[in-house]
Ligand binder design. Sequence first.
Ligand SMILES: C[S@@+](CC[C@H](N)C(=O)[O-])C[C@H]1O[C@@H](n2cnc3c(N)ncnc32)[C@H](O)[C@@H]1O
Length: 486
Amino acid sequence: MSPTFLRVCKTARASWQGMGSRKPTPRRNSARVRPAPFPNPIPNSGPAPVGGARAPTSTGDCRAPPCPGPFPPRLRDFRKGAWLRRKFSLYGKVSISGSGVMAGPYTECAPAAVGQKRQQFGSRFLSDPARVFHHNAWDNVEWSEEQAAAAERKVRENSTQRVCQEKQVDYEINAHKYWNDFYKIHENGFFKDRHWLFTEFPELAPGQSQDHLEDLPSDKRSEAPECRTSEDGPGLKIEQHKCSSNSLEREAQTAPVGENVTQKFSHLEICADEFPGSSATYRILEVGCGVGNTVFPILQTNNDPGLFVYCCDFSSTAIELVQTNSAYDPCRCFAFVHDLCDEDQSYPVPTSSLDIIILIFVLSAVVPDKMQKAINRLSRLLKPGGMMLLRDYGRHDMAQLRFKKGQCLSENFYVRGDGTRVYFFTQDELDTLFTTAGLEKVQNLVDRRLQVNRGKQLTMYRVWIQCKYRKPLLSSAGSVAPAPDA
Ligand SMILES: C[S@@+](CC[C@H](N)C(=O)[O-])C[C@H]1O[C@@H](n2cnc3c(N)ncnc32)[C@H](O)[C@@H]1O
């Protein structure tokens, strides 16, 4: 994109590259699973009670662990049982007798009745341990004291030996390169079910029918590839709105991709009425979008003609994959390379212009020292009343427990075998990050889920955290609340 696409209004610095071409339905723990010795996970969600420890709807993260990789493994990976069992001690053999992974009393709730659309998702509670392998996953699993203590021990153990300073610097400076390498290898092969998106985050498609989801049995929903192109998608009706006639918008959206087209705009600020998507009435930004696993489902599901979706990632490889995806529509979407930790880069939208900012398993990839400023900057982009949505790894998730000594960078922060990094949050830590950025809590819950490999009789305990924080409409003085300084 050329600087001519931008109108210089004030002083600021903007730079970006490559422009161009799993439940808020609060669910109740109607049943509790008393876990056993090891990792136990959780469950589902519902519209969440503010600040609770409820469980969101469906699956959680983007991928689970088959290898030190950035994502939790997909369900189908679980079928590689033998290999996984060897590799990860956290995969436990379930002992129905109670001596194995799951012990203690369980209460199994009947699956949600047909017709209770949202509740069907993530509302499967295990009450009878003998039935643990009857389904792929169980919701709202509570951890026993014994299991929590074992997780603590495991973390203490794998944190004793830290990565040397020199390597730590390399992982920080070259973080985007490690992710580029990741996407060069996997491209968009990590697509995973994201139907939970709209159950957990209805704000992404307000007022839109979720009927297409009900066509899938719940088991299938969590295994189906989540993001398809418009051609092979789930038959969703996509109503496209016209491209803006605004020249900036048009040109910026068709600019070439890749790092070589990086444009640095020092001391620039986007003018309020000339930026990509400036004519939209509902703006969503996804930060750390990867290859579009969230963005494309939003574009497919939300047919509001006033919708415009921005998405960025500091991996130019990922952004290129987004921009070259056949479902990428520059009239409705703008993908750009951006490092959310780089204070010298501005976002291509004005302050107070976004309705929703979504962070899915991205904040955990950022070095803890830089998280607060990154959230502060994002907070300023939200309109009063706008919301920040997050889903990310929770403390003691199986992925954390499986790290070996020598992979720990700092407390609860690790590097995977491929050089990508991951932090495991507590609810309080996230609450502090968001409230310090001037946002108020709407939801902050922990999602504990037990995933099951029925073929191999393995159980995996996942922990994810889901948050929604809103920018206040008015300060107590009656004016719009000020955005925090970086
Ligand atoms: C675990 S992946 C999640 C991708 C995507 N949100 C999803 O759920 O499929 C983390 C993503 O965050 C991106 N990322 C990590 N650190 C970043 C940063 N400082 N700025 C922008 N993107 C970043 C990575 O490139 C990667 O695409």
